[in-house]
Design a binder for this molecule. Sequence first.
Ligand code: PEP
Length: 253
Amino acid sequence: MRKKIVAGNWKMNTNLQSGIALASQINKLVKNLPDDSKTGIVIAPPFLHLSSVQGAIDNEKICLASQNCAAYPKGAYTGEISAKMLQSAGVKAVIIGHSERRAYFGETDETLSTKVDLCLENNLKPIFCCGEQLAERQSGNYFNIVQNQLLKGLFGLSPENFERVIIAYEPVWAIGTGVTASAEQAQEMHKFIRAIIADKYGSLIADDTTILYGGSCKPSNAKELFSQPDVDGGLIGGASLKAEDFIEIVKAI
Ligand code: PEP
């Protein structure tokens, strides 16, 4: 049975103090969730906050993630943070290939594939983002775009390594815009992604792959999105910055 997950991407928001406060609030609310809640909860604060947040949460109940990692294992790369460093700080997962990194920091499919490898080598779970831009949606080319991103970023992995990856489908036109993909649009793409995984790795692995939806997901629309058969939870930006909203989304699964 594949895992249902709600992951919060804080992006470049909060300072150290307010970040610790947010993590503590989330931690408190998570404690009140029913014991049988099987939804995986992930938070991805800025790098600077990771160690402090790690000390502020129950790491059995909340998985600590980072928003990025370096494309090199170590060495003279000023300002970069390696997968090994993240692992040593208690990080368990890494968001790879968020559309903001692709758009503003020029991250290519090749770079992302290297980052995925480095994560796996360091026992970190990649949360691999894919998704089309507005013009690509409008031109009807969106299946091709997403297929290419997965082919180049992930499909070089062995089956054993692919099974360790979480995928997040995030249509770029829906990120931070308030415009959510409809539940039908999300389901259509998630079903397509699962089908191409099945073609490459077989249906057992495809059925076990967690595919998250991201893009203006909030308490008011989470239930409908998550009720789709191939939508296994969400990657949440804006709404993850309010502990109550984030937990409402967790409860929507
Ligand atoms: C994101 O950045 O991954 C995201 C989904 O953002 P938002 O929820 O704000 O659209």
